[in-house]
Design a protein around this ligand. Structure first.
Ligand code: NCD
Ligand code: ZN
Ligand code: ZN
Length: 443
C-alpha cells in the first residue's frame, strides 16, 4: 500500500472552481487530488477546512539583492518574506552589485543562493557585453533577460535602440523572453535637467511622465515584432499603456504592481520618499484605467517589484537623492485578496495573474496549477480575516511600506514549497526552495 508524505485539505482552486477536496503530496510533487477517502494514507495531515488552497504564487519581479547590497536584503530575508507573503517562487532581478551581467557573474550569483532560499528562485541576467554570451547565459539557466531603458546598468546604452535590436534578434532566435523597464532614457534625462532645481517630489515626478513610458513601450514593441522576440513589460502604470501592449498579443505581455493599483501620486504629500518608486505613482485616471484593463483580462501578471532599501535611503534633504523602490512581497497578496472581497476581481483572477500566467510566460515547468505530477507548491489563504498592514513585522529587511496602516481582508495561512510547509501562518519553519533553471521556448 502506498503511503504518501502528506495530505493537505481545504477548498482547492481546481480546474477553474473551488472544490472541497484534498491533495496527496509525495516526494515534493502532487501525487493525486480528490476526496480524502479516495486518497492514499499519509504520514502527515494538514487540514485547512474552509480555507482556500491556490497553486503556489509566482512573483516575476523581485530584487533579492544580497552580495554587496546585503544590507538591503539577502537571499534568506527576501525568500522568507516571499514565503510569508504567499509566494512559492520568485524571479530575481539582475541590477545587483556586482551586476548580474556575464556568464561568470550569473554562475556566482546562483551558487551564492544555493542552500539559502526558502522558496524557489529563478534568475534574470542583464544583456552581456557580447552577443555570443547571450546564448551562454541562456544555457546556464537564466529565466530571461532584463533591460533597463530608464538608466544605464551594465553594457547596454539605454538610448541605443539599434544595439538593442541586435540583442533581441539573438534572444528571439534562442526563444528566451526579455523583460523591460520601459521609461525612455532621453526623455527622462532632458526633464531631469529641466527640473533638477526642484528638490521636493514634484521635480522627480515631472521628470517621469507617462509619455516616457509610451515612448519606450512603442520602441520595444516595434523592435520586438521585427526580431520575433517575446517581450514582457514590467510595472505598467496606466490602462493607456496596457491597451497599447495588448495590440501585440502573442509577442508582448505586461505586468502591473499593487502600488500602481492601490495608490495615487497624492500620497506623496504625506509619505514622501516612502512612496518613491520608478515608474512613479500616477493620477486617479491612470489608476482607474489600470483597474479596467485588469478586469478586462488585458493585464497578464500582477508582480511586486519588491525593491528593498535601507530606511536611511528612503529619506533625504532632496527628493532626488532618495532611492526608488519599496518592498512588496508581504503586502501584495493581502491587497489582492482585499480586491477579491470588494468584488473587483475573482479568486480565479488571482490564480491566473499570479500563478498560471507567470509560469506560462516564463516557461516555468511544473507550476501554475494544481494537478497530479506538478510540484507541490501551494498558497493557502483565509479570505475572511481582517487585519492591518504593519511593516515592522516584515521578514524583509525593508521595514517600511506606503501601505502601513491599510486595513485589508485576506491573509496567508500557510505556504508549501516542494511539498514542505515553509510558512505556517505564524512563522517560517524551514527552507523549501530550489533554484529554477530556465528552459528555452524554441530551439
Ligand atoms: C528598482 C530597484 O530599486 O532596484 N526600483 C524601483 O523603483 N522600481 C529598480 C526597478 O525595478 O526599476
Ligand atoms: Zn523597473
Ligand atoms: Zn524592479
Amino acid at each position: 500500500m502506498v503511503i504518501v508524505d502528506c495530505i493537505v485539505s481545504g477548498r482547492i482552486y481546481w480546474r477553474g472552481e473551488l472544490v472541497d477536496a484534498a491533495i496527496a503530496i509525495d516526494d515534493g510533487k502532487i501525487f493525486d487530488v480528490g476526496l480524502e477517502v479516495n486518497l492514499p494514507k499519509a504520514d502527515r495531515y494538514y487540514r485547512f477546512q474552509d480555507k482556500i488552497i491556490l497553486p503556489g504564487l509566482i512573483d516575476v519581479h523581485v530584487h533579492l539583492r544580497d552580495q554587496e547590497l546585503s544590507y538591503k536584503e539577502t537571499f534568506e530575508s527576501g525568500t522568507m518574506a516571499a514565503a510569508a507573503g504567499g509566494f512559492t517562487t520568485v524571479l530575481d532581478m539582475p541590477n545587483n552589485s556586482p551586476l548580474t551581467d556575464s556568464p561568470s557573474r550569473f554562475i556566482d550569483r546562483v551558487n551564492l543562493a544555493k542552500g539559502r532560499i526558502y522558496v524557489n528562485v529563478g534568475f534574470y541576467s542583464l544583456l552581456p557585453k557580447c552577443l555570443s554570451e547571450v546564448e551562454t547565459i541562456a544555457n546556464l539557466g537564466a529565466i530571461g533577460f532584463k533591460v533597463y531603458l530608464n538608466r544605464r546598468y551594465g553594457f547596454l546604452d539605454p538610448s541605443d535602440y539599434d544595439s538593442l535590436k541586435q540583442y533581441l534578434n539573438v534572444c528571439g532566435g534562442i526563444g528566451i523572453p526579455v523583460v523591460f523597464h520601459a521609461e525612455d532614457h532621453s526623455t527622462i534625462s532632458k526633464l531631469e535637467d529641466e527640473f533638477r532645481g526642484l528638490s521636493d517630489f514634484r521635480g522627480f515626478m515631472w521628470a517621469h511622465p507617462i509619455e516616457a513610458e509610451f515612448k519606450a513601450v512603442n520602441g520595444v514593441l516595434n523592435i520586438a515584432s521585427a526580431s520575433n522576440c517575446r517581450v514582457h513589460i514590467a510595472h505598467v502604470t496606466s490602462g493607456l499603456i496596457v491597451d497599447l501592449i495588448s495590440k501585440f498579443r502573442g509577442l508582448a505581455t505586461c505586468e502591473v504592481t499593487p502600488h500602481h493599483l492601490f495608490l495615487t501620486s497624492d500620497v506623496l504629500h504625506k509619505l514622501g520618499g516612502i512612496a518613491k518608486m520608478e515608474p512613479p505613482l500616477r493620477g486617479i485616471f491612470d489608476v482607474i484605467s489600470l483597474w479596467n484593463t485588469v478586469r478586462n483580462g488585458l493585464v497578464d501578471v500582477i508582480a511586486d517589484d519588491h525593491a528593498p532599501h535601507s530606511i536611511e535611503e528612503k529619506f533625504g534633504e532632496s527628493f532626488w537623492d532618495i532611492k526608488s523602490g519599496i518592498p512588496g512581497l508581504e503586502t501584495t497578496l493581502p491587497l489582492m485578496l482585499t480586491a477579491v472581497n470588494y468584488g473587483l476581481i475573482g479568486i480565479g483572477d488571482i490564480v491566473k495573474l499570479m500563478s498560471f500566467n507567470p509560469s506560462r510566460i516564463f516557461n516555468i515547468r511544473g507550476k501554475g496549477s494544481i494537478e497530479p505530477g506538478l510540484d507541490a507548491d501551494l498558497t493557502i489563504v483565509d479570505l475572511d480575516r481582517e487585519w492591518v498592514i504593519d511593516s515592522s513585522k516584515f521578514y524583509s529587511k525593508a521595514k517600511f511600506s506606503p501601505f502601513d496602516g491599510f486595513k485589508v481582508k485576506g491573509i496567508v495561512k500557510a505556504t508549501f514549497v516542494n511539498g514542505l510547509m515553509v510558512y505556517d501562518g505564524d512563522e517560517i519553519i524551514c527552507k523549501g526552495g530550489e533554484i529554477l533553471f530556465g528552459r528555452r521556448i524554441r530551439g
